[in-house]
Structures are given as structure tokens and as C-alpha cells.
Design a protein around this ligand. Structure first.
Ligand code: PLZ
Length: 452
């Protein structure tokens, strides 16, 4: 077997040529070679959206082994908000790599972890006293948030919502709503997980936020009971479930009910957090202050890091040694996070997320006016989606969605789909993308719609 038959890895980062450039069909021969090796070596449950072999990325592009340069409208699922190989991140991680790579924070602490905790305590919503604990993945942080809430309240039940996505570990699969591909055959799932109805303005007949919250609270009170309920967990804008922005007032009403009933309110900001929606956290758009905030993805420029941040009295309830893990808050990931946060701040990327949102919403709404198959355009900041439907019935059109995504992929644009019904195309560009690339990418999606 040939071990390395791809060109030398190219330097990535924002200095890569910012262009859509196709020099072969997608996938080209070198990408096909890797995909064949993948099929022979990697478990087939580990899928891929695009059959390419990535060699570098940065700014708003991803370059493959055949020399194709694709527009990145996915950011590796909302991770590389600061762009791939962002210069401050590269510098900070390189320096850390040369000093030490690991001690295990719970064996012998180091400053990077503490500095990330201080930053998160400052940036998350609310000015109460906070504490933070660091982990590796979004799912691991969600699990820990639930652990902490149960320990603090001495109660066991957890409520998640329709269309929710919280991860792929056993508890988080249980919290996740969608069966295929996340859950089917992977049970049994953790007990004491209950599901409540969401506010989904496009599909719930125009319930107001207050009405949708009353419906959810009624289900919770009738089927679970506040006296048994440790936590409510919700994504302020649902990600995998379809970029669902709840009606105004829905989240505040849930927060208020949780506070009045000794229930911990957990905001899963794994996908929405860190500048993505044009605020540090999406909770800010509705002025809510969650008891616990779960963050990951955009926090560390592509290095694996996640966090739970929240009220000191809740976070401190777990006994000494009750929280941890070998790698949680790894020094390289912490160095990356500090550099990432500095980049969002210094480069005005929160503002940039709002500008990107204006371009996305403006262009997609214009498309929608001319094309009734686009049932809905929604989102905040650089987290925007279109929901594709049969115009006659409003029924979800997953086939059209897949056809448009395939067209975009073949024409050099990385777009992702999502949604319980598989009929949502989502846009999550790096905040470092140029308007030119963004608009070019959107025009390819528009062509895909026209051709479908
Ligand atoms: N909570 C809100 O969006 C991860 C899933 C990708 P991990 N979403 C991308 C896939 O198909 O596995 C996510 C999320 C929200 C939790 C998670 C889980 O984060 O870092 O993937 O564990």
C-alpha cells in the first residue's frame, strides 16, 4: 500500500488565494484515491458530506489534493469562525507546542486553562459570579452540564425539545430528537429524559412565543413535574434540527419558569456560540441569562475544546474530583481559545457576523420572492438557512435539498444540509470570508435551485 501519494501539504490560512477554482471534476483523481482508502480503512458509519481530500484551508476557502479551491460555507460545522489556520491561533498553538503539550489540568494546573475560564466567565451572559469547567467535545460538555444540574438540584429528570441535537454519546443521543442517523439501533438510551414541544414559527401555525412556551410548560408539568426536574436544555437557535429560531418570548418564558421552579436552565450554545450569530452568545438576542451555558465549536479555531460556564453556586456543587477528564482543557486547545477570542475581538468579527447575516438574508429573501419552493429564510448573523418545500402543500422537500447541495458541491461550494425532515440548507461561513466569495457561493446555490 502506498502511504503518501498526495502532494505536500500546502500552507493554509488567510493568505491562500481567495477564489473558487475548479481544475478537475469533484472529486478529482487524488480525492477519489483517498475516498477509496477511506472506504477500506474507516468505519462506514463515519460519513462524509463532500468526497474530497483536503490539503489546506483559510479565509473562506478549502483546497483539495487536486488543486480545486472550494468556497467554505460550512466552517467545519460552525467551528472555524476565525477561519482555518488563523494567524494568531497558529502562533499561539506553535508557542504552546514548544513549551509543553500536556500535564492533565487535574494533576498539575497551568495558566491557559484558568485564563480561558476567566474569559468565559466574563463573556457569557449575566453578571453573576460564575465558574467554568473545560472538556473536549460538545457532547462531553452537555453531559457535564446535566451532571452538575442533577447534583445541584438533587433531582433527576431532564427536558429536551423537539428537533433538538445535543450529541452522539449515550446521554446526548437520548437528548437528541432525530432517530436516523443519530439513534436508530444505538439504544437503550439514558433514562429520565423527556421531550417538550418547541416554538417553530414556520410550522406551528403561528403560535406566539408565549403560547408556545405555555404549551411546553404544560407538557413538562403534566408529564414530568417540576419537583422531579433537574434541568431544561435547549439550543437558543436549533442547529442540526433545522436552524429553528423560536418565536420571540419563548426562551424568556422558559427561563422564568425554570427560575421559579428550582430547575436549572441550560443553554446549549455549542453551535450558536462565539460570535456566530452576531453576538458572543445567541442567548443575548433575547436578553436571557441561562444558569449554565455550554460552548464548544467556535471557541478554539478548530482545536477540540468545550466548556460549561454558569452560576458559581451550581457549578461548585459537585464534590472535589467530581469533574474532570484526561484531556479537558488541553494546553494547546486553551492557547488556541485565547488566540481565537482575541481574534474575534480585535478583528471585529461579531460585527462581521452581522454583516454576513445581512448579505445572506437579503440575497436569500430575494431568491425566495421569485421561488416559492423556498418556504422560509431564517437565522441570525452568520447562521442562516432556507427551508425547501413543495409550494402547493408546504411539505418538506428533502430531494430538492439534496439536489441543490449536490450541485453546489460539484461546482465548488461547501454547503451543509440539516433539519428533522432533511429539507434545510444552512449557511455557516467563516467570519473571515469576503463578500465576493460569499455572493459567488450563494449564486451557485441559486443556480442549483434553478437547475433542480
Ligand atoms: N450541541 C447544539 O450542534 C454538534 C454534529 C456533527 P460535538 N453539532 C454537529 C455530527 O454529525 O456529529 C453539537 C451541536 C449542539 C452539541 C453538539 C455536539 O458537539 O462536539 O460534536 O460532540
Amino acid at each position: 500500500m502506498t502511504l503518501v501519494d498526495t502532494p505536500a501539504t500546502m500552507t493554509g490560512g488567510p493568505s491562500l488565494a481567495q477564489e473558487r477554482r475548479l481544475v478537475t471534476a469533484i472529486p478529482g483523481p487524488r480525492s477519489q484515491e483517498l475516498i477509496a482508502r477511506k472506504a477500506a480503512a474507516v468505519a462506514s458509519g463515519v460519513g462524509h458530506t463532500l468526497p474530497i481530500s483536503v490539503v489546506s484551508a483559510g479565509g473562506g476557502v478549502i483546497v483539495d489534493a487536486d488543486g480545486n479551491s472550494l468556497i467554505d460555507l460550512g466552517s467545519g460545522i460552525a467551528v472555524t469562525g476565525v477561519g482555518n489556520s488563523a494567524p494568531r491561533v497558529v502562533e499561539a498553538v506553535t508557542a504552546q507546542l514548544n513549551s509543553f503539550t500536556h500535564t492533565c489540568f487535574t494533576v498539575s494546573p497551568y495558566e491557559g486553562y484558568v485564563a480561558v475560564a476567566e474569559k468565559l466567565n466574563e463573556l457569557t451572559p449575566g453578571d453573576h459570579v460564575k465558574r467554568t469547567a473545560l472538556f473536549n467535545s460538545g457532547a462531553e460538555a452537555v453531559e457535564n452540564a446535566v451532571k452538575i444540574a442533577r447534583h445541584y438540584t438533587k433531582k433527576q429528570a431532564v427536558v429536551a425539545f423537539d428537533h433538538a441535537y445535543h450529541g452522539r454519546t449515550n446521554l446526548t443521543m437520548g437528548l437528541t430528537a432525530k432517530n436516523i442517523p443519530y439513534k436508530s439501533g444505538f439504544g437503550p438510551f439514558a433514562s429520565e429524559v423527556y421531550r417538550a414541544p418547541l416554538s417553530y414559527p414556520f410550522r406551528d401555525g403561528g403560535l406566539s412565543g408565549a403560547e408556545a412556551a405555555a404549551r411546553a410548560i404544560s407538557v413538562i408539568e403534566k408529564q414530568v413535574g417540576a419537583e422531579n426536574l433537574a434541568a431544561i436544555i435547549i439550543e437558543p437557535i436549533q442547529g442540526e434540527g433545522g436552524f429553528i429560531v423560536p418565536a420571540q418570548g419563548f426562551l424568556p418564558a422558559l427561563v422564568e419558569w425554570a427560575a421559579a421552579n428550582d430547575v436549572v436552565f441550560i443553554a446549549d450554545e455549542v453551535q450558536t456560540g462565539f460570535a456566530r450569530t452576531g453576538a458572543w452568545f445567541a442567548s443575548e438576542h433575547e436578553g436571557i441569562v441561562p444558569d449554565l451555558v455550554v460552548a464548544a465549536k467556535g471557541i478554539a479555531g478548530g482545536l477540540p475544546l468545550s466548556a460549561v460556564t454558569g452560576r458559581a453556586e451550581i457549578m461548585d456543587s459537585a464534590m472535589a474530583g467530581g469533574l474532570g477528564g484526561t484531556y479537558g482543557g488541553n494546553p494547546l486547545a486553551c492557547a488556541a481559545a485565547l488566540a481565537t477570542i482575541e481574534t474575534y475581538e480585535e478583528d471585529g468579527l461579531i460585527e462581521r457576523a452581522r454583516e454576513i447575516g445581512a448579505v445572506l438574508i437579503g440575497r436569500l429573501n430575494a431568491l425566495r420572492t421569485a421561488d416559492p419552493r423556498i418556504g422560509d429564510v431564517r437565522g441570525r448573523g452568520a447562521m442562516v438557512a432556507i427551508e425547501l418545500v413543495d409550494p402547493a402543500t408546504g411539505a418538506p422537500d428533502a430531494a430538492l435539498t439534496n439536489a441543490v447541495a449536490k450541485y453546489a458541491h460539484a461546482n465548488g461550494v461547501v454547503v451543509l444540509t440539516c433539519g428533522t425532515y432533511g429539507n434545510v440548507i444552512r449557511f455557516l461561513p467563516p467570519l473571515t470570508i469576503s463578500d465576493e466569495l460569499l455572493i459567488d457561493g450563494l449564486s451557485v446555490v441559486a443556480e442549483g435551485l434553478k437547475n433542480a
